[in-house]
Write a protein that binds this ligand. Structure first.
Ligand SMILES: Nc1ncnc2c1ncn2[C@@H]1O[C@H](COP(=O)(O)OP(=O)(O)OP(=O)(O)O)[C@@H](O)[C@H]1O
Length: 302
């Protein structure tokens, strides 16, 4: 499928301060990709360089194979952008605001109607934006970001400040646009949103790229194991103890009282459970605990 975004050895210095330090990153066409990192890690600087708003000190950015320069206008048509904070004119209605953006992007006003419907603002399109809640302003921000049907939608901390229903609805919109073929690139501090939405992610730390890949890859890289706990009846303890001692070792495992805990790669868990059943272990109950992005993030930041 190829990459919609390629970043090669990208650097940004502000005087002596290195805000982005030789970053490499790949975003596949059609995926949802998340950018994570602590405050001041360099995420916004990276996003601004991707958008062509800040010039890199060194390195290369390719958007759908194109580089900024003579092709800048073509690149800008490929990208839709929702900044962390949008500043609208309070006295304009949602419709007037969006038709303004439509003109800027050379899009017909018929498309404004569709975009307002997609973000759920069609009913209130003649209301003043100054009277909109944070969530409604966010929706209007999304409408201007998608109005020209971009191939790459860049969202800077899109869930910040939204209430729980607003967050659920935003996630649904992201999924819908992604299903329709738009690549989504978003920055976030919310690990559960990232875990839920992103197929791949990049974690920045003090301007550098600390880790990149899918959650499964990062769990593997940082050796974070899945834990299976199997409870057996007391008369089976001798049997599971013999498993521990015998030739049938299965990854790491420990026994406490009548509970067997196994640590394995996530994809091995079913094989381990099947193996226990085959050995004649009568399982009374079991739980599977997968390490989440929070643990991965902690490890990366160490
Ligand atoms: N125009 C600028 N001049 C000087 N330093 C800057 C400038 N813009 C950003 N920086 C510095 O670069 C570093 C990275 O900032 P950036 O805004 O990219 O971080 P961030 O990861 O987006 O943080 P947050 O999560 O808080 O938004 C920070 O130390 C910031 O102070």
């Amino acid at each position: 499928m190829g990459y919609i975004l390629e970043v090669n050895n990208l650097e940004k210095n502000y005087g002596d301060f290195v805000a982005v330090n030789k970053i490499n990153m790949r975003v596949n066409q059609g995926e949802v990709f998340a950018l994570l990192g602590h405050n001041g890690a360099g995420k916004s600087t990276l996003i601004k360089m991707i958008l062509g708003l800040v010039n890199p000190t060194a390195g290369e950015i390719l958007i759908d194979g194109l580089q900024y320069g003579p092709k800048s206008k073509d690149i800008k048509n490929l990208i839709g952008y929702l900044p962390e904070r949008m500043n609208f004119y309070d006295n304009l209605s949602a419709w007037e605001t969006l038709t303004f953006y439509a003109k800027l992007k050379g899009v017909s006003s018929a498309r404004c109607k569709e975009a307002l419907e997609q973000v759920g603002l069609a009913e209130v399109k003649h209301r003043r934006v100054g009277a909109f809640s944070k969530g409604m302003q966010q929706r209007l921000g999304l409408a201007q970001a998608i109005i020209h049907r971009p191939k790459l939608l860049v969202l800077d901390e899109p869930t910040t400040g939204l209430d729980p229903i607003g967050i659920l609805e935003l996630k649904e919109m992201i999924r819908t646009w992604n299903r329709e073929g738009t690549t989504i690139f978003f920055s976030s501090h919310n690990l559960s949103d990232v875990q839920e939405l992103a197929e791949n992610m990049a974690i920045m730390n003090s301007g550098s790229m600390a880790a990149e890949g899918s959650l499964a890859k990062l769990k593997h890289d940082y050796k974070l194991m899945t834990r299976i706990e199997v409870r057996v009846s007391t008369d089976q303890i001798a049997m599971i103890s013999s498993l521990e001692r015998g030739a049938n070792t299965m990854g790491q495992f420990e026994i406490h009282d009548n509970t067997l805990s196994c640590y394995c790669e996530s994809q091995e868990k079913m094989a381990i459970l099947q193996r226990l059943l085959k050995e004649g272990v009568e399982i009374e109950d079991f739980t599977v605990e997968e390490p989440g992005l929070d643990l991965v993030y902690q490890q990366v930041m160490k």
